[in-house]
Design a protein around this ligand. Sequence first.
Ligand code: ADP
Length: 160
Amino acid sequence: MIRAVYPGSFDPVTNGHLDIIERSAKVFDELIVAVLVNPDKKGLFNIEERVELIQRVINHIPNVKVQYFSGLLIDFMKQQDAKVIIKGLRAVSDFEYEFQMSLMNKKLDPDIETTFMMATSKNSFLSSSSVKQVATFGGCIKDLVPDEIIPDIMKKVNNL
Ligand code: ADP
């Protein structure tokens, strides 16, 4: 039984994230989407809201669940008894940072493997920050995020 963890900020979850989630759920027995708490960064959505939005869009996938964590990813992995980290790669620009992080995690716990899944071409330009930017200036975010969370994002940016 292989349990994998897909960590990120997911502020908010996008179609790019959902694609990685759906594909990973086919490869691994169990997948935990882990929303990380970064005390230095105030996001658009708070942690509970991010978890709720993810919960709503993963409902159809039985072997996926969502949780939040603060602290070291490696400690969360131990706590969940998971040995595999999943990361999505959009472009060469993601590589340097992800490579560095995977080496650091390997140093902290040699038993943990980081695996990378390539973004599909239609999502390779997509990030949570670009979605927030487009929504803030009134642009259309259809096809960038799951339809069922569009009203939540529009409501949030309109109340800023
Ligand atoms: P961002 O705020 O840049 O969208 P997150 O921290 O929420 O990033 O991303 C979590 C993980 O999902 C990272 O491994 C990131 O590389 C990956 N990811 C983000 N967007 C996409 C996408 N469009 N396609 C594939 N993977 C992605």
